[in-house]
Design a protein around this ligand. Structure first.
Ligand SMILES: N[C@@H](CCC(=O)N[C@@H](CS)C(=O)NCC(=O)O)C(=O)O
Length: 211
């Protein structure tokens, strides 16, 4: 598999964890999201993903897959073990809900493209952008912390797609200095995941394009 990604992209990080958990071999093709306005905006990458975002996974047959949650479900279907969704339909819906809380409701508000737009096109000061970032992460984490059970992982005993979304989001929150003391369950689930080799290998600092 060929994996277009950026070392500190949260959506790429989610898919890397899934690839590692499943033991699926892949080759990273780094796409720098910052240099020269973002290499994701170059015509050659736009031809691969018209959305100009990472991650993109290209299968051995040449199918081009975008959107981290769709890619993770694809990986779960071609390589069912270890399962990233519980078997029980209600538990499945809950795992998907917590994954989406992070991936659909927190992450898009603090993604590099929208933040760059706030700064460059809307003339916002960096301090206002930082306030915006913290506000949406904290609002999402407050809800998540309330919804989470006792652990050790986001949805209990099984590592699910929700953990694949949580760990990158916590990494980013720490990088941007969001205080996490109010979120003991989130911090504990992150630590439980980090203890697993598949999560460790997926860390941004362990990637070939890390800086
Ligand atoms: N919903 C998408 C989000 C993908 C996404 O926004 N990726 C970011 C990096 S985490 C990106 O490529 N941003 C480039 C930009 O916004 O210009 C997914 O889950 O794959």
């Amino acid at each position: 598999m060929k994996f277009f990604a950026f070392w500190r992209s949260l959506a790429s990080y989610r898919v890397r964890i899934a690839l590692n958990l499943k033991g699926i071999a892949y080759e990273t093709a780094p796409i720098h999201l910052v240099r020269e306005g973002g290499h994701n905006r170059r015509p050659e990458f736009r031809a691969i993903n018209p959305q100009m975002r990472v991650p993109v996974l290209v299968t051995p047959k040449g199918d081009v897959l975008i959107q981290s949650l769709a890619i993770i479900e694809y990986l779960d279907e071609i390589q069912p073990e270890p399962a990233l969704l519980p078997k029980n339909p209600v538990a499945r819906a809950k795992a998907r809900a917590l994954a989406e809380l992070i991936a659909c409701d927190i992450h898009p508000l603090n993604n590099i493209g929208p933040l760059r737009y706030l700064k460059n096109d809307m003339g916002q000061e960096q301090s206002a952008i930082d306030t915006w970032y913290h506000h949406w992460v904290i609002a999402g984490f407050e809800a998540l912390e309330t919804l989470m059970g006792p652990g050790p992982y986001v949805c209990g005993e099984q590592v699910t797609v929700a953990d694949l979304c949580l760990v990158p989001q916590v990494y980013n929150a720490r990088r941007l200095k969001v205080p996490l003391e109010k979120f003991p369950k989130i911090v504990a689930a992150d630590a439980a995941c980090q203890a697993l080799a598949a999560f460790d290998r997926a860390r941004p600092e362990n990637q070939p394009d890390t800086e």
